[in-house]
Design a protein around this ligand. Sequence first.
Ligand SMILES: [Zn+2]
Ligand SMILES: [Zn+2]
Length: 282
Amino acid sequence: MRVIVLGTGQDGGLPQLGARIAPDMQARTDPLAVRLGPSICVLDDDGRCLLVDASPDIKEQESRLLQLPAYAARKGGNPFDAVLLTHAHMGHYLGLAHFGREAANTRDLPVYGTRAMAGFLRKHAPWEQLVSLRNIALHEVSGGQVMEPWPGLRLRVFAVPHRGEYTDTLGVSINEKLLYVPDIDGWPQWANARAEVERHPVALLDATFYSPQELPGRNLKEISHPFVTDTLKFFDGLQQGRRIVLTHFNHSNPICDPASPQARQVRDAGFELAQEMQQFEL
Ligand SMILES: [Zn+2]
Ligand SMILES: [Zn+2]
């Protein structure tokens, strides 16, 4: 069983629509510079696949998955066996649209999310149609809960502080081996941050912005993400003995370019940068 990183971009990905800065212009012509919307999946040797977050790039992510024999061997039916949604910001759930009758027309696909997330989908078009037409079957989960979509796959979800316009936000521990927290307001605001990272061999963490210099003219109080420079300090010491892997990069983040001095600084500090289609054996 392995976790596959399907997208390392922030919600808008790289390139981001309308952006004309150099990294976006490069990504429009260089496939290796592209970063898809934030999503991971768990794929076992029998081809069973749990998707964590349905990004707007879900079709491209499926195409990449089909390069893997275990996924390609799946026989028809739903493209995934279950979906866990962390929250209702655009990068994390808009891909659900492709499960509807105009597209994959999935059948009773189990979708796990918080009570607020499930309520949001039940109440609002076009998502409510996925529920009424039984494309998806909602399963409400709450922080601290452990569920087993199938034997051998254990998901422990927990609440993390993150601006909650529509829903609250979850992080997830997969088999107590890999921790995934793509969006958080800041590490000090989450009481369990260091303890949770410490108990996992691999932690994939929010690295949306590198530093305040990246955002001239913006009110930092409106930026609900830790800066990478702060993340390196906050978790310092824990990078020994485990892998702390940064992900969810905004298109403006200099560490999108692995050759940048900032990316080197992250690696020199003993942290890693997530790569598209990177795999972690569990
Ligand atoms: Zn996000
Ligand atoms: Zn978010």
